[in-house]
Ligand binder design. Structure first.
Ligand SMILES: NC(=O)c1ccc[n+]([C@@H]2O[C@H](COP(=O)([O-])OP(=O)(O)OC[C@H]3O[C@@H](n4cnc5c(N)ncnc54)[C@H](OP(=O)(O)O)[C@@H]3O)[C@@H](O)[C@H]2O)c1
Length: 158
């Protein structure tokens, strides 16, 4: 989202083709290519999970603030890919769970510049966020496949 010439755009006037391509390469194409190679290997007779780390800001329905054009668009595209893969996967893998995850706001280099307005209890350590997401994946069944799920188990509308 930022670094190496990338920074979240506040206006469409700031769009930059190279920065946008980088966002899509990292956030959309990378996870999609991992899916390409991993999904065919999933067992068909039991629950299996493919999860991609997305972000709430990639939800089109939830977007009221705007901005961050490339990052939001690349995560929205990831969400679409996950939904598409889930539909295709369900034909052969009835028990498979293919989801996008929102990790919460996590104290990492990515969120550092945007932490000022975040309440301390809403800024998670990476360990806390990872444990919460693993709990969500443990509990998830095939009915939730193709959705975007937050760290606390809530479904975020696409
Ligand atoms: N932090 C949050 O509040 C938050 C909120 C919502 C969603 N997310 C999502 O959570 C995921 C993890 O983010 P984070 O917060 O842990 O960010 P981070 O600390 O900045 O880590 C980003 C990771 O992406 C890798 N990466 C960045 N550019 C890359 C490139 N060009 N090619 C290959 N790998 C690249 C980095 O690798 P290196 O370590 O090798 O540099 C690093 O492992 C991301 O998908 C992010 O969108 C984070």
């Amino acid at each position: 989202m930022h670094g190496d010439g990338l920074k979240p755009e506040k206006t469409y006037r700031a769009l930059d083709a190279e920065a946008m391509a980088t966002a899509f390469a990292v956030n959309t194409i990378g996870p999609a290519l991992i899916a390409k190679h991993v999904l065919p290997l999933l067992a068909r007779d039991r629950k299996t999970v493919f999860a991609a780390i997305s972000a709430r800001v990639g939800s089109i329905a939830d977007n009221r603030l705007g901005g961050w054009h490339a990052y939001r668009a690349s995560k929205a595209a990831l969400n679409m890919a996950v939904r598409n893969f889930a539909i295709e996967l369900a034909v052969r893998n009835k028990h498979a769970v293919c989801v996008a995850l929102h990790p919460g706001t996590v104290d990492t280099g990515l969120s550092k510049p945007f932490q000022a307005g975040v309440a301390a209890e809403k800024l998670f350590t990476a360990e806390y966020s990872a444990a919460a997401m693993l709990k969500v994946l443990d509990a998830a069944t095939a009915e939730r496949s193709g959705t975007l799920i937050a760290w606390d188990g809530q479904t975020i509308p696409f």
